[in-house]
Design a binder for this molecule. Structure first.
Ligand SMILES: Nc1ncnc2c1ncn2[C@@H]1O[C@H](COP(=O)(O)OP(=O)(O)OP(=O)(O)O)[C@@H](O)[C@H]1O
Ligand SMILES: [Mg+2]
Length: 211
């Protein structure tokens, strides 16, 4: 899925937090978004995700405006993982349920992703018993399980240790390669951005900095 942003302006009260004339994000690529704290990265990714609707300008998804169908084909993981107060299994099952995938297929898809992520020991734990890093893993598994065409990741490794950061990076790379999905990922790590991305966008005070 290709993303194009045109004449985007976002204000909070009188403060302009985003001001982007045009931005194209390539289909099938991994694009990393970098920039200082408060530069507008999360706001931008939330707008693309359709979670912030109050802004000026237009976002196009394969040249089309946001629709239910596009919403069903994309997902966002948050900087602070948000999980339902249920088991890990039920959390990962949720996106499959709302897409009407039958139980047998669901079970198989969940088992596969749990194995892929190496989180079998968390399967029956309640989400509120997880550590920050475990929560991040589970929210990523929940995001990828239905194979969205657009995967939006807000600092997916921020609360994860070094060893697991590498695992998550490999999972993201593999996901992008195997599904040809578009990935937009916010990171503060230049090393991670260089290693993972096809393209890097720098935001500064809400504007795209040219490189
Ligand atoms: N709900 C809100 N109400 C008012 N101001 C907000 C709100 N959300 C974000 N802001 C402001 O908008 C600006 C951009 O915030 P945003 O969260 O997009 O930055 P960020 O680049 O993701 O920063 P970080 O690297 O710290 O996550 C900041 O000045 C922030 O204080
Ligand atoms: Mg942020």
């Amino acid at each position: 899925m290709n993303i194009r942003v045109e004449n985007l302006k976002k204000y909070y009260k009188n403060q302009m937090v985003l001001d982007i004339d045009e931005l194209d994000i390539k289909s099938g690529a991994i694009t990393c978004v970098m920039g200082s704290n408060g530069s507008g990265k999360s706001t931008l990714i939330n707008i693309i995700a359709g979670l912030i609707e109050d802004y000026e300008g237009t976002v196009y998804y394969d040249k089309k405006k946001l629709s239910k169908n596009i919403m069903m084909n994309m997902t966002l993981t948050f900087q602070n993982p948000y999980l339902m107060r249920q088991s890990v299994w039920e959390n990962i099952e949720y996106p499959l349920k709302i897409r009407n995938i039958d139980k047998a297929t669901r079970d198989e898809m969940i088992e596969n992703i749990i194995e892929d992520f190496g989180i079998s020991e968390l399967k029956y734990k309640k989400a509120n018993q997880l550590s920050g890093g475990e929560g991040q893993k589970v929210s990523l598994a929940r995001a990828m399980v239905f194979k969205p065409k657009l995967l939006l990741l807000d600092e997916p490794t921020a609360s994860v240790d070094k060893e697991y950061t590498k695992i998550i990076e490999d999972i993201i790379k593999r996901y992008n390669k195997n599904t040809n999905s578009t990935v937009i990922m916010i990171t503060h790590s230049m090393g991670q951005a260089k290693d993972l991305s096809d393209e890097i966008i720098y935001l500064e005070k809400g504007r795209i900095e040219s490189v």
